[in-house]
Design a protein around this ligand. Structure first.
Ligand SMILES: O=C(O)CCC(=O)C(=O)O
Length: 365
């Protein structure tokens, strides 16, 4: 964005747009932490925002039904080491099965992704979001392209009337490499790229193991997970700035994920994720060194509705910025998403109605 245009936005003579507002969000954040030296742009918005701009207002949000304390219902915890050990695998698999049926979410601990790799990715992520806006804008979403949601921006902005989310995100396909977006991935800072490649490979291994366990538990045929095992992996880096009226804005509105499973990593230990369980919004606090994993629509369909793809949302707060990293294990392109034949019986054939090709599905979400 040109400085002149930005100046007008900051003076309030022009409606907010995604890019300008991000600059304002950033300035708001910086003014909160009392930066010693304000540059020209930040000077213009020295006064922190005291209300949410209209395009960001999401009225009538359901409040979380409970606050987060030790008596709150907790997302089940699955221990990867126990899942792989002779002695405990049956009981742990039973827990995994129950978590996917009843919650659609679980926290995975003892997963063997090295904590140094995870910490490095968190640092690289923070570094990326703290880059000047001009730098980040180089990775901006392309318009008019089927892959336009890839890149840096406010994903899923459909038109000028679309309500915006209190979030910036960097989203792209990382694997298989030939599906990477060439305007984007090779240009990311090299240390960020290398770290995320190593992380993505480790998560792929965990995904393969979890899907293998699920297949075993549900007695699915060998090939019935192929659509996910040969699928593509995408990464979404989320940045939620502090918000002056968190009750009127939303970081990410209620949604379910399209793919097989999603791994969520909390970057800076600030709570924001809420999941809908039995009609109520429940806050989820991630455990140290854990991934929050959820079932996506494709796995719900594949398992003929046995496992549930649960609605979730990201809330924001007035004091702290929040960052998270979502890694999506999506089905392969052109595959047919349908219930696994081994799980369909005359009695349950109508559990899941959806049955369409991935390409069509991806276009219509
Ligand atoms: O940041 C979060 O807590 C949720 C992220 C999420 O749901 C997503 O990226 O799809």
């Amino acid at each position: 964005m040109e400085n002149k245009e930005l100046d007008q936005v900051c003076k309030g003579s022009q409606p907010y747009t995604g890019l300008a507002t991000r600059e304002i969000d950033k300035a708001y954040y910086h003014s909160k932490v009392k930066l010693q030296r304000l540059d020209r742009k930040k000077e213009l918005v020295k006064k922190p925002l005291t209300s949410v701009p209209p395009r960001y207002v999401h009225p009538d949000q359901d409040p979380p039904i409970i606050s987060l304390d030790s008596s709150s219902p907790q997302v089940p915890i699955i221990d990867m080491q126990r899942l792989l050990s002779e002695d405990f695998m049956d009981s742990e698999l039973q827990k995994l099965d129950q978590a996917c049926r009843e919650w659609g979410f679980f926290q995975l601990i003892n997963h063997e992704v090295s904590s140094s790799l995870v910490e490095k990715l968190k640092l690289e992520t923070e570094k990326f979001f703290k880059l000047p806006m001009e730098e980040k804008s180089k990775y901006g979403q392309l318009e008019g392209d089927v892959v336009h949601v890839e890149g840096y921006g406010n994903v899923f902005v459909g038109s000028e009337d679309t309500k915006l989310h209190w979030r910036d995100s960097l989203y792209f396909t990382i694997s298989p490499p030939h599906l990477r977006n060439l305007h984007l991935f090779p240009n990311l800072p090299p240390s960020f790229r290398e770290t995320m490649e190593a992380y993505s490979a480790d998560l792929k291994n965990i995904m393969v193991e979890i899907l293998r366990q699920i297949r075993k538990k549900l007695r699915m045929d060998e090939t019935e997970m192929t659509i996910l095992l040969e699928g593509k992996q995408a990464m979404g880096f989320n940045y939620y700035p502090p918000c002056p009226q968190p009750e009127h804005a939303i970081g990410l509105p209620p949604h379910s994920d399209f793919g097989g499973i999603t791994f969520l990593l909390d970057v800076n230990d600030v709570q924001g994720l809420q999941i809908k369980k039995d009609g109520l919004w429940i806050p989820v606090k991630s455990l140290p060194n854990a991934f929050i994993i959820n079932v996506g629509d494709t796995l719900e369909i594949l398992t003929n509705g046995t496992y549930r793809s649960i609605e979730h949302r990201a809330t924001v707060n007035s004091l702290k910025e929040r960052m998270s990293i979502a890694t999506f294990c999506n089905p392969k392109m052109n595959g047919e998403i349908a219930p696994a034949p081994s799980l369909v019986t005359p009695r349950n054939s109508s559990n899941v109605q959806k049955n369409r090709s991935c390409r069509l599905y991806q276009r219509t979400i």
